[in-house]
Design a binder for this molecule. Structure first.
Ligand code: XIL
Length: 301
C-alpha cells in the first residue's frame, strides 16, 4: 500500500497521529491527515482541563470536531486521557480526598459516556508511576486519594463505555526497567483480580538521552503475554536523515514482531507540529514533505 494507514491495515493494525483541532483548517495538515492516517488521538482536546473547565460543566466542542473528522475519513479514535496529574482544570486544586476522587470518577464517567461507542481505545490513566528506580506510584493529587484510584478509574470507564478498549499509558516504560516493571506488576495484578484493562500504551518519545531501547520488542512482548494489547502511542524520535529513519524503522519493526501490538501513533504530523521545543522528530518536514523517516516506516509496514 502507498500510505501509512493502508499499509498498517494490511496486517490488521492502525497507524495514527496526534491531531490539534485548531489545525484542521490548515489544508496542508488536513491533506496529510486525511491521506495517511487511520487513527487519531486528540493532542489536548480530551484532557481534563479542556473537557471540564468548571466542575460538572463539560465542554466537548474541540474534541467533537476531531471525532467528526475521524469519522469522515474512517479513522479510529484513541481517547486521551481521562485521568492524569497534568492538564487538570484549576478547580481540582481546591479538592482532595473523597471529593477529588468523586470528581475524577464523575469526569471519567461523563466523558466516556459522551463518546460512548466512538472510541477505539481510551487512555484511562496516564503517567501514574514515578521515574527512576523506585518503582513507586507518582505522588499526585489523584494518588493521594488512595492507591486504588487507578482501578476505580478503569471500572468507571468500563461501566460508561463497555465497547472501548481501556489502556494504561506511560513514558520511560518502553524498555525493561524499574518503572516498566512496576507497571507490569500492576497489569498482572489487574488481570488476576478482574480489574478491566485491555491495553498498555508505550509513549515512545525518543531522543539522544533516551534512545529506542534495545529490548523494546521484548518489553512489548512481555506485556502482551499478560493478555493485553500493546500500542505505541506517542512516537517521536529526535534526529534527522538516515539515523532517524533507521530508528523509526526499528520501532515499527518491533511492533510488527509482536502479534498483540495492534497500532502505532506518532505525536504529530510535520516537524513544526511537534510538542518538542526544538528539533525535527516527526515523519513530515515543516512544508509537509515526506522525510527519509517516512519512507523507512512505509517500507517496513
Ligand atoms: C503534550 C501536547 O503535545 C502539548 O501540546 C501540550 O502542551 C502538553 O502535552 N505525554 C502525553 C501527552 O501523554 O498528552 C503530552 O502532550 C506529551 C507527553
Amino acid at each position: 500500500a502507498t500510505t501509512l494507514g493502508a499499509s498498517a491495515a494490511a496486517s490488521g493494525r492502525y497507524f495514527g497521529t496526534a491531531v490539534a483541532a485548531y489545525k484542521l483548517s490548515d489544508s496542508t495538515y488536513s491533506g496529510i491527515l486525511n491521506r495517511e492516517f487511520n487513527s487519531i488521538t486528540p493532542e489536548n482536546e480530551m484532557k481534563w482541563d479542556a473537557t471540564e473547565p468548571q466542575q460538572n460543566q463539560f465542554s466537548f466542542g474541540s474534541a467533537d470536531q476531531i471525532v467528526a473528522r475521524a469519522r469522515s475519513i474512517g479513522a479510529k479514535v484513541r481517547g486521551h486521557a481521562l485521568a492524569w496529574h497534568q492538564q487538570q482544570p484549576g478547580w481540582t486544586s481546591s479538592l482532595s480526598g473523597t471529593a477529588l476522587r468523586n470528581a475524577m470518577l464523575n469526569h471519567v464517567t461523563q466523558v466516556a459516556t459522551h463518546y460512548k461507542g466512538q472510541i477505539d481505545s481510551w487512555d484511562v490513566v496516564n503517567e501514574a508511576f514515578e521515574d527512576g528506580g523506585s518503582g513507586a506510584r507518582r505522588d499526585s493529587n489523584l494518588q493521594r486519594t488512595g492507591n486504588d484510584w487507578i482501578e476505580a478509574a478503569f471500572r468507571a470507564a468500563r461501566a460508561a463505555d463497555p465497547a472501548a478498549k481501556l489502556c494504561y499509558n506511560d513514558y520511560n516504560t518502553d524498555g525493561q526497567n524499574a518503572k516498566s516493571n512496576a507497571v507490569y506488576a500492576m497489569v498482572q495484578d489487574f488481570k488476576a483480580r478482574g480489574v478491566p484493562i485491555d491495553c498498555v500504551g508505550f509513549q515512545s518519545h525518543f531522543n539522544a538521552q533516551s534512545p529506542l531501547p534495545s529490548d523494546y520488542q521484548a518489553n512489548l512482548q512481555r506485556f502482551a503475554n499478560l493478555g493485553v494489547d500493546v500500542q505505541i502511542t506517542e512516537l517521536d524520535i529526535e534526529g534527522s536523515g538516515t539515523a532517524q529513519a533507521n530508528s523509526y524503522a526499528a520501532a515499527v519493526r518491533a511492533c510488527l514482531a509482536v502479534t498483540r501490538c495492534n497500532g502505532i501513533t506518532v505525536w504529530g504530523i510535520r516537524d513544526s507540529d511537534s510538542w518538542r521545543a526544538s528539533g525535527t522528530p516527526l515523519l513530515f518536514d515543516n512544508s509537509g514533505n515526506k522525510k527519509a523517516a517516512y519512507n523507512s516506516v512505509l517500507d517496513v509496514l
